[in-house]
Design a protein. Structure first.
Length: 221
């Protein structure tokens, strides 16, 4: 079992982190661990109308939250998103609230918001962000990160960035064959940075096989 410090060090080297969403997703650029596909925020949700006064107010709160987030005022963004949730708890409002909470390192709130967002509308990005939150928690939970990254791939099977992140967690936890498999898929889906990690993990696997062979040979003598 890898220690929390060792896990974070490995994942820092492999650039793992939270991602952003489009459509009903808020812009996120967590600087601690990762660079994933960066997508612009929009505070609208699919099929939204503004005929209902409550819906109009919720929409306005989302707009204010997204603008605040883009301006770097994370506290205000979170307040506006929280207000939108009070009025109308949509998947988009919950996701955006989670992004703001994540930026503020309020990970329990981020995890809760993204979990509720998925219950309303499953999304690969919300699953990926949950994985990131579980990894950078004070006590990392890689098994939950793997679970959510696999769920994300069910929704976006050809997403190279998700595959890269899953490979990074497998590498950090010592599952090198699975790590190599997903780094390779990530490369095949256009993630160029995976090439270096494929080489590194392949070298580790070769080293492990060599050590195993040496141990077997020494036992037979």
């Amino acid at each position: 079992m890898h220690s929390a410090v060792a896990l974070r060090r490995t994942l820092a080297r492999t650039a793992f982190g939270a991602r952003t969403m489009s459509s009903l997703r808020a812009a996120s650029r967590p600087s601690q661990l990762a660079t994933l596909a960066r997508r612009r925020a929009s505070s609208t949700t699919p099929y939204m109308t503004t005929a209902d006064p409550a819906e109009t107010e919720a929409h306005q709160a989302l707009e204010k939250g997204t603008q605040a987030l883009e301006d770097g005022d994370i506290e205000s963004a979170k307040k506006h998103y929280g207000r939108a949730i009070e009025i109308q708890p949509t998947a988009g409002a919950l996701f955006n609230f989670g992004v703001a909470a994540y930026h503020l390192r309020q990970l329990d709130e981020a995890i809760d918001a993204w979990t509720k967002s998925i219950e309303l509308q499953p999304s690969a990005d919300a699953h990926t962000n949950l994985a990131s939150a579980y990894i950078i928690s004070p006590t990392p939970q890689p098994e939950l990160a793997i679970m959510h990254l696999k769920a994300a791939l069910q929704l976006a099977p050809d997403d190279g960035e998700i595959q890269f992140n899953l490979a990074a967690v497998f590498e950090a936890t010592g599952n090198l064959p699975e790590s190599l498999k997903f780094y390779t898929r990530s490369r095949d889906n256009g993630v160029d940075k995976a090439v270096v990690h494929i080489r590194n993990v392949s070298t580790k696997i070769f080293g492990e096989r060599l050590r195993d062979a040496e141990k077997t040979e020494s036992k037979g003598q």
